[in-house]
Design a protein around this ligand. Structure first.
Ligand code: TA6
Length: 312
């Protein structure tokens, strides 16, 4: 996709009322959209439709972005909410294909922006694989449309709809690979996955069962299977609730110090202040979408508001 012009984006999509939504050029020559309304501020990169920041009013950022993150076209960003799509992790047969798919390293198209009556601000992105360049078409030839709606308010709502535009069944793996900002990993508990089966990537994907809530004192890299459940991160200072629909797996990742040091872009003590809790369909939970059908993965994040933010 060609680089969109910032002036054109602002002419067609900016909002300047009691809500603000504006485009600007970000680091690495990658356009960003900045949003502010009565509830929150947010920053989203057009590469990967990648949420980099969501700050509900009166709160700290809920999303962690590495101090050493680099911004360059075609390179994934360490932090924020990368979209892993249309596969999660390593490609099942081609090791040279990019890890976590290609959605996070291509520009998405802005289709619509809306100032909602309730004061929230919405932006709709699209990624049409039939419009990708030849290199990417060579690794993903099946016509597939991703539509991603981000609603910024007191809660952050993300809806990723995948439509199979081809005449063959589509196999989809995916994750919203969210890096949550936490005060201290050693004080943090993750609840909602007790008793669930998981694949432990640090032990060659051995299948294990979660005993009790999750506390992290070392590298953790796990795919919890058949987990449609909501989860809560409690870092003592605040609780972040993750509600979801259309997601059967939950990935939990913290690289801990040694792996983080080797990664080079996680920041000096970055691993202490991030925890990835990813709403996914991965491993045994990948999904099949029939021709002309679609699937929606929906998540809603809230800093503890004590009421559901997704309707039952
Ligand atoms: O979601 C967990 C994981 O798959 C880990 O295994 C870890 O490697 C991480 O994602 C980061 O992947 P990335 O490709 O962004 O370096």
């Amino acid at each position: 996709m060609n680089m969109p012009d910032i002036n054109d984006l602002n002419k067609n999509f900016s909002i300047d009322s009691n809500q603000h939504l504006n485009f600007k050029m970000g680091d690495g020559g990658i356009p960003l959209v900045e949003i502010e309304n009565e509830f929150a501020t947010a920053v989203i990169s057009l590469q990967g439709a990648h949420v980099l920041s969501w700050v509900p009013k009166g709160e700290e950022d809920v999303i962690w972005l590495s101090a050493d993150a680099t911004f360059a076209m075609g390179k994934s960003v360490r932090g924020g909410i990368p979209i892993c799509w249309p596969w999660f992790g390593a490609h099942e047969s081609e090791s040279r294909f990019p890890a976590h798919g290609f959605a996070r390293t291509v520009l998405w198209t802005v289709k619509q922006t809306r100032a909602l009556d309730n004061g929230e601000t919405q932006i709709l992105f699209q990624l049409d694989t039939s419009k990708l360049d030849e290199t990417l078409q060579a690794i993903w030839s099946q016509a597939t449309l991703a539509e991603y709606t981000i609603t910024i308010g007191q809660t952050l709502m993300l809806e990723l709809t995948t439509s199979n535009k081809s005449d063959k069944p589509l196999t989809l793996g995916q994750a919203l690979h969210t890096y949550f900002k936490i005060s201290d990993i050693e004080q943090t508990t993750l609840t909602g996955l007790e008793g669930k089966d998981y694949l432990d990537k640090t032990a060659g994907f051995e299948r294990k069962v979660q005993a009790g809530s999750i506390v992290i004192k070392q590298e953790v890299d796990r795919i919890y299977l058949q987990t449609a459940d909501n989860v809560v991160i409690d870092d003592v200072k605040r609780k972040i609730k993750i509600e979801k629909k259309g997601s059967l797996s939950t990935v939990v990742w913290n690289p801990w110090q040694e792996v983080a040091n080797k990664m080079g872009d996680l920041g000096k003590e970055g691993y202490r202040h991030m925890l990835c809790v990813e709403s996914a369909n991965a491993a045994d939970d990948i999904i099949t979408i029939a021709p002309d059908e679609s699937h929606t993965l929906q998540v809603c994040y809230s800093v503890y508001v004590g009421r559901p933010c997704l309707e039952e």
